[in-house]
Design a protein around this ligand. Sequence first.
Ligand code: NAD
Ligand code: HP7
Length: 313
Amino acid sequence: MKNFALIGAAGYIAPRHMKAIKATQNSLVAALDPNDSVGIIDSYFPDADFFTEFERFDRHIDKKHRAHDGASVDFISIASPNYLHDSHMRFALRSGADAVCEKPLVLNPWNIDGLLELEKDTGQKVHTILQLRLHPGILALRDKVNAQPGDHKHDVDLTYITSRGHWYLQSWKGDEKKSGGIATNIGVHFYDMLQFVFGQLQSNVVHYSAPTKAAGYLEYAKARVRWFLSLDVNDVPEDVRAAGQRTFRSINVSGDEIEFSGGFTDLHTRSYEEILAGNGFGLEANRVAIETVADIRTASPQGRNGDYHPFLG
Ligand code: NAD
Ligand code: HP7
């Protein structure tokens, strides 16, 4: 049984980490969050210690580490706001623990280089949550694409609408300095998935970029992709909205619809299973997606020119 600590324990995604730690028969021994709305911990690990101040958490983790009594923390899971991941991963590695970090791993590619150095110095590892790589529908698509001739290029339309209320722009998620913006915070899932399925990234064009909406074109070794990403419920197709849905995720590959809207909730547990079995995704596995989002963030949008997604209107 491995001992885990969790940073960002009061947030939206934290319970999925608690559930995954429990489901893999491990233990959460300590948690940190400046916000104390963490009663959910009792549903999973009623004996876990909880801290609202980093310094006290640091002292606690350090004490466990230096006791050499088998009770030290083996993994520190990180579910804090995106811009803090880099610092929290460094804390984990320096504390003699491996890190299990949420997406986006970091906001800029050069952060990965510093972490690689620290992995070398400490002998500890960073593992990341890239859960779409474990989605059965995506794995089936990857197998299909890999079985086709190497020079075959698919035409792909990727539409990813996941509605959010007014709170989103008032929270750290709506602050580009903290979240990286919509393409970094939400799009990173599918940019990673696209290169995982379709191979090397060859071209990256941004057509539109706003706080709640973005669109562009990406070309990979095996696909030309028009993408559209939105947090606006009005972008959900009318028939889907009429059925009460606020989310619409679609990948159309050369005319075939790939079903991947469902089956998301257990992928954190699947990620933990793979990490614990030694098959996790490390720092380098994140590089292409992090380069992609950093390039999108700094690009000048080209407007409705070239091969743009039909939802741009
Ligand atoms: P959230 O805002 O609900 O939770 C973040 C938590 O971090 C809050 O409880 C906040 O108080 C805490 N926090 C803020 N500063 C901190 C600090 N200095 N130290 C410790 N904790 C701190 O956000 P969320 O939706 O839970 O997102 C958390 C992370 O998980 C983000 O990186 C996000 O991108 C990622 N996420 C991933 C998925 C996924 O599908 N893999 C889904 C949602 C969120
Ligand atoms: N929801 C909330 O109430 N609060 C939140 O903070 C988030 C969602 P989905 P996930 O918004 O930051 C996605 O769209 O898949 C509500 C991203 N993950 O299924 O869980 C929401 O209004 C993730 O990387 O959300 O998370 C819905 O009612 C990103 O950090 C419901 O929860 C996160 O949004 C489910 O919403 C975010 C993927 O796209 C895989």
